[in-house]
Write a protein that binds this ligand. Structure first.
Ligand code: M6R
Length: 612
């Protein structure tokens, strides 16, 4: 959730830290802070509640602080309200150690009470301050920072990415990690730590991913990594090939808008390398037909929008594979004593590859013997590294908290995986296989064409933006797509919204439909279009205002019932959500814009959810 960064090198640290924090602000944005050390001024700590801009103004873009060693933090509050005192960095009682933390220390109360009995005074309500104070305690015992960090890590339970500086080590930055992401960056003029590669990509593409239990000691010219027994470890280094501009707004008003428009290209990059000579090729997933036949259960596990991709995939995979597919919310799955065994295939979907619930669910599945396949966007992320197999969505960096291009690439990749498995099982007709292959390659072009004119969606948003409650209804794939449309709207516009399987309305929810209620009617799934129209008629009869989404082929028919119609091009029915979801993203975007919401950083949210 929070973002941490650290730098030790030959340049001034503060501007580098601020710039990195700005690129990671999507990870949390209720307070921010930095600590910078110099020979003449010692440890300088500045922190404040609110957006990063407050901090940047406070320290004049970094000019107020002097020093080539520093740490920074942008916070998503868990323990203690978002205020100046609870903001990071936290400083130990003697003022010698400053620390930033991303994660949760589960046994912090017990340690806090113990230290308080020893006379330590705490200033904040956070779990993170406990680590700073405990570190001072152990450092006073052993007078060796590496040893002290090792002792602290043996005492604390929970998740952490830590960045630490200490007055006694004027040239060293210390880092540690467990269950929260942390990247080491090897630069020309210094070295870095960061929660996310986007924070440091401007300075270096040469990175290593810290593993659980590791501690790193960085100086301007070296990075030494140790395991939890303080034995040195060799790290494998990776070159990041993300384009720097991909993580910048580039003249667009919001990252979300830019990322919506990037979808044709993101889909192209995800699909093209995986189709050769008319067949799906999944190089990094190599189950044989025999192994696939031996699978007794298929699970798809994810959170939020990634879970909604799973919902679409359930319909598509069951149709293609003729096998039951179970979709579970990761947070529920992990504690459900799941019926997973060594004949289960468990697919986990995650943009960030760091979502704690999804990671824990995957670990639980692995513990029970399942084969795990991760569909992930962030290369080198924890889930990607721990899964048995990984297939990447090539969406590039996604910065807006509300996912758009990552969702779209997950959707097409899941379609390709489903088709691949169906081919191995022999459950898909050749003609259907060929039709899907043909259409999936046409998606970028069809979407690009449609995106050329988004003004009608903008118009409808301006017509409907002041509704307080909006229902998304649909059947089958449209229902699954509606879940995403509804989440997008809630997330960024704060309008209450529900997605319903339209056949289910009459079992209770239709009582909420009254004159003027806005219903977004999703009728893009051709096989059930006529059935769906009956549901639209039902809500119209209760006075609903209906904004419909359908395909060009059904535009006229839909127009006879709905008050307003948005149409997308047609494609193969199983791929239709890839086109249908985009107007829903745009609708949410323009509604939020009309309501003056902070689109890229909606309240209470963070991009990467690394707490339970
Ligand atoms: O990184 P992940 O895909 O694992 O994240 C899962 C959800 O937190 C995420 O999809 C969330 O629902 C989005 N903000 C929705 O736009």
């Amino acid at each position: 959730m929070c973002g941490i960064i650290g730098f030790v090198g030959r340049g001034q640290a503060a501007p580098i830290l601020l710039d990195g924090l700005e690129r990671m602000e999507y990870r949390g944005y209720d307070s921010a802070g930095v600590a910078v050390r110099s020979e003449s001024r010692g440890l300088q700590v500045r922190k404040t509640k609110g957006r990063l801009k407050n901090l940047a103004d406070m320290i004049h873009g970094g000019a107020d602080l002097e020093g080539c060693l520093g740490i920074g933090h942008t916070r998503w509050a868990t323990h203690g309200e978002p205020n100046d005192i609870n903001a990071h960095p936290h400083v130990s009682e003697n003022g010698q150690i400053a620390l930033v933390h991303n994660g949760i220390i589960e046994n912090y109360l017990e340690i806090k009470e113990h230290l308080q009995k020893l006379g330590v005074t705490f200033t904040s309500d956070t779990d993170s301050e406990v680590v700073a104070q405990l570190l001072e305690y152990h450092y006073n015992e052993c007078h060796n920072m590496l040893e002290a960090v090792g002792r602290v890590l043996r005492r604390i339970q929970g998740s952490y990415a830590l960045g630490i500086i200490c007055s006694d080590y004027p040239n060293a930055l210390i880092a540690a990690r467990k269950d929260s992401p942390l990247i080491l960056g090897y630069g020309e003029d210094g070295n870095f730590i960061a929660s996310d590669v986007t924070a440091i990509i401007k300075h270096t593409r040469d990175v290593a991913y810290m593993d659980d239990g590791e501690i790193a000691v960085l100086t301007a010219d070296s990075i030494d990594v140790f395991d939890d027994e303080l034995v040195p470890v060799e790290k494998e280094r990776h070159q990041v090939d993300w384009d720097v501009t991909a993580a910048e707004k580039g003249g667009y008003p919001h990252f979300m808008f830019k990322e919506i428009l990037e979808q044709p290209e993101a889909i192209r990059k995800t699909v093209s390398p995986r189709i050769r000579d008319g067949r799906v090729v999944l190089d990094t997933f190599s189950l044989t037909a025999e192994q696939v036949r031996d699978i007794s259960r298929i699970f798809i596990i994810a959170c939020g929008s990634s879970y909604h991709v799973g919902m679409v995939s359930k319909y598509n995979w069951e149709r293609l594979l003729r096998r039951p597919v179970q979709v579970d919310l990761a947070s529920e799955f992990r504690y459900s004593d799941p019926l997973v065994d060594d004949r289960s295939l468990v697919i986990v979907i995650s943009q960030s590859g760091e979502t704690l619930d999804t990671m824990a669910a995957m670990r639980e599945a692995k513990r029970r013997g399942a084969r795990t396949l991760a569909v992930v966007n962030v290369v080198g992320s924890s889930i990607a590294r721990e899964a048995d197999d990984v297939l990447y969505t090539w969406a590039g960096p996604e910065i807006a908290v509300a996912t758009t291009k990552a969702y779209s690439t997950q959707l097409v990749l899941m379609d390709l995986i489903g088709l691949y498995l169906a081919d191995l099982l022999g459950t898909v007709e050749q003609s259907e296989y060929d039709a899907i292959i043909q259409e999936v390659q046409l998606l970028p072009e069809k979407l690009q064409g449609w995106l050329a004119d988004v003004h009608n969606v903008q118009y409808f948003a301006s017509r409907y933006f002041n509704h307080n409650s909006i229902f998304f209804i649909g059947r089958n794939l449209d229902y699954a797509m509606g879940l995403e449309g509804s989440l997008k709207l809630k997330e960024i516009s704060y309008i209450h919204s529900e997605a319903y399987a339209s056949g289910e309305l009459k079992h209770g929810t239709i009582s909420l439909i009254e004159p003027g209620t806005l219903v977004v009617a999703l009728g893009t799934y051709a096989p059930l279009f006529d059935k769906f129209i009956s549901n639209v008629v039902e809500v119209k009869a209760r006075g609903a205002e209906v904004l419909a989404l359908t395909t060009e082929g059904f535009r006229e028919k839909m127009g006879k019932t709905a008050d307003a119609v948005i149409a997308v091009p047609e494609t193969h029915p199983i791929l239709q959500p890839s086109l249908g979801v985009v107007p829903l993203q745009l609708f949410a975007y323009y509604v939020a814009l009309q309501r003056g919401c902070d689109i890229d950083k909606p309240r209470n949210l963070a991009k990467s959810v690394t707490v339970e």
